[in-house]
Write a new protein. Structure first.
Length: 263
């Protein structure tokens, strides 16, 4: 009888891979990529932003608002970020946070019985020199009596809102008066230059009465119709008074301990 065939046995060697190495390297790599993204974003911002924007960002992380000792508002109301500031706003650590100044003015207006009536007359914007508050006429509602420097009850009401807030800041103040293109008669000894100058001085006196120290004022001028607010030379908005809070780079701040009211 023939021998039975032997069974064929196939041996397979199973190679086991090494143990799981963990995912710590993935976390480290993700942190590295995030850090590089942040670095390149920072480099892009440095090259893409202007000096005033850099100043605003810096001021956001180190807010500082100089106030006189008589300030009843404290640092809270006018302290905070300043991302909409203009050139040199953060040059001096004692410079005023103009953005929060606008917030303070809004709070003052919201406390008025009819805030909408006043806000229609106010336009606030930044320039290279500082924060400019434009107080303008609107149709049927004038700041002064026609052709004169006699202030209306409306203007006194607006000054009563603005001046207490402005008076807390140590920034120097400038006022300029403006008119529309309407002319006095050819025989008149009085013209728009004199009218705008007189109105600027009236504004200065009103602001002093309500709380802005006299030594804050450094520029009082009349510009007649040479700097119109509207492209329409006869628009009522051209009849206005502009109040500028200057950057400390243009005029030094008033002394921190100065709470006097000078004439």
């Amino acid at each position: 009888m023939a021998d039975a065939p032997r069974p064929i046995i196939i041996k397979k060697k199973i190679v086991k891979a090494g143990g799981h190495h963990g995912g710590a390297w993935k976390v480290a790599y993700a942190d590295f990529v995030t850090a590089m993204m942040a670095f390149f974003l920072m480099m892009w911002l440095i090259n893409a932003t202007s000096e005033e924007q850099k100043g605003g960002i810096a001021d956001y992380f180190s807010p500082s608002v100089p106030m006189s000792k008589e300030s009843a508002m404290g640092d809270g109301m006018l302290g905070g970020d300043s991302l909409l500031t203009s050139e040199d706003l953060a040059d001096n650590e004692n410079d005023t946070d103009f953005t929060q100044m606008q917030v303070a003015l809004s709070e003052q207006l919201s406390g008025d019985a009819e805030p909408g009536d006043l806000t229609q007359h106010l336009f606030i914007h930044m320039t290279d020199e500082g924060l400019v508050i434009e107080i303008v006429d609107i149709a049927g509602r004038s700041l002064f009596e026609s052709g004169s420097a006699v202030p209306s009850a409306l203007l006194r009401k607006i000054v009563g809102v603005l001046a207490p807030v402005i008076g807390q800041a140590r920034n120097r103040v400038g006022i300029s008066g403006h008119t529309d293109s309407s002319r006095f008669s050819a025989s008149a000894d009085y013209d728009n230059w004199e009218l705008s100058s007189d109105r600027a001085n009236v504004m200065r006196r009103l602001m002093k009465t309500v709380g802005v120290p006299g030594n804050r004022f450094v520029e009082i001028e009349g510009r007649a119709d040479t700097d119109p607010f509207s492209t329409d030379p006869d628009a009522p908005e051209n009849r206005r008074v502009s109040v500028t809070l200057f950057h400390s780079s243009k005029y030094p701040l008033a002394p921190a301990d100065d709470g006097t009211r000078q004439n």
